[in-house]
Design a protein around this ligand. Structure first.
Ligand code: AP5
Ligand code: MG
Length: 236
């Protein structure tokens, strides 16, 4: 049985008759939250729920770093210092990805926009975002979470040494890939990522609140309670 089926059965998250896909619903959603707040974790669940792809800019950049082309060389320098990759690079990456056919019925943007310039670039495009979801989590909790995170080198699925333990140590439940610690999860880099988030990304909450697009979920101590909270604030 796949993880989401088990997860749904165990938490009754999606209700008895739900088939994990809200076919026909077009949802264009941004998840805007701090590093380690659970963007990727909740995006994975929402992607199943709405049957739409997740566009994780961090995952796209990491894939390019491991594959080694030009973008990887640029991105690696910034990511490993906890800094943002330049806006013009990110805007090109995202507009290219959003033009693909699988985004026609909606998408989840995990990690874009991250500053006002990126949000304004998105506003100028012909893409209309339905909702911006933020997940509030305290910095101390984030530091604990990122200290125990493991990520699949192959498919990018995320685990945790305490909160989401893989069935076999060091092996991804979804694809059998190796689980590793991300290079930017070193304590000193996490600190820098949090600083960058508070100074550059957090102002976007006000930006979207003023447009009436912001929904706030308060992160819980475990993944399934947070998922329930997220669905509630999205009106699902
Ligand atoms: P990115 O990969 O997006 O990193 P991030 O924003 O720092 O966020 P994380 O992926 O670390 O955390 P998350 O919120 O997804 O949490 P997760 O679900 O894994 O970006 C990396 C870098 O790329 C950036 O720093 C930047 O340099 C660059 N970049 C990307 N986009 C860019 C852009 N637009 N512009 C410029 N630069 C850009 O959860 C964390 C852990 O907690 C996991 O182990 C999980 O299992 C656990 N967990 C999750 N939820 C819970 C819960 N409720 N209870 C207990 N444990 C939980
Ligand atoms: Mg992530």
């Amino acid at each position: 049985m796949e993880f989401y089926q088990q997860f749904a059965n165990s938490t009754k998250l999606w209700g008895k008759d739900c088939k994990f896909e809200r076919i026909g619903v077009v949802m264009k959603l941004i998840i805007l939250a701090a590093p380690g707040a659970g963007k990727g974790t909740q995006a994975e669940l929402l992607s199943k729920h709405f049957n739409i792809p997740t566009i994780s800019t961090g995952a796209i950049l990491r894939k390019n770093i491991s594959d080694g082309p030009r973008l990887g060389e640029i991105a690696g320098k910034y990511i490993n210092d906890g800094k943002f990759v330049p806006d013009e690079v990110m805007i090109e990456v995202v507009s290219d990805r959003l033009s693909k056919d699988d985004c026609k019925n909606g998408f989840i943007l995990d990690g874009f926009p991250r500053n006002i310039a990126q949000a304004e670039a998105l506003d100028k495009s012909d893409i209309e975002i339905d909702v911006v979801l933020t997940i509030e989590v305290a910095d101390e909790t984030i530091i604990e979470r990122l200290g125990g995170r493991l990520e699949c080198k192959n498919c990018g699925s995320t685990y945790h040494k305490v909160h989401r333990i893989p069935k076999v140590e060091g092996v991804c439940d979804n694809c059998g890939g190796n689980l590793v610690t991300r290079a930017d999860d070193k304590p000193e880099t996490v600190k820098e990522r949090l600083n960058t988030y508070h100074s550059q990304t957090e102002p976007l909450k006000k930006y979207y609140e003023e447009k009436g697009m912001l929904k706030i979920a308060y992160g819980k101590e475990n993944i399934s309670d947070t998922a329930n909270e997220v669905l509630k604030v999205l009106g699902e």
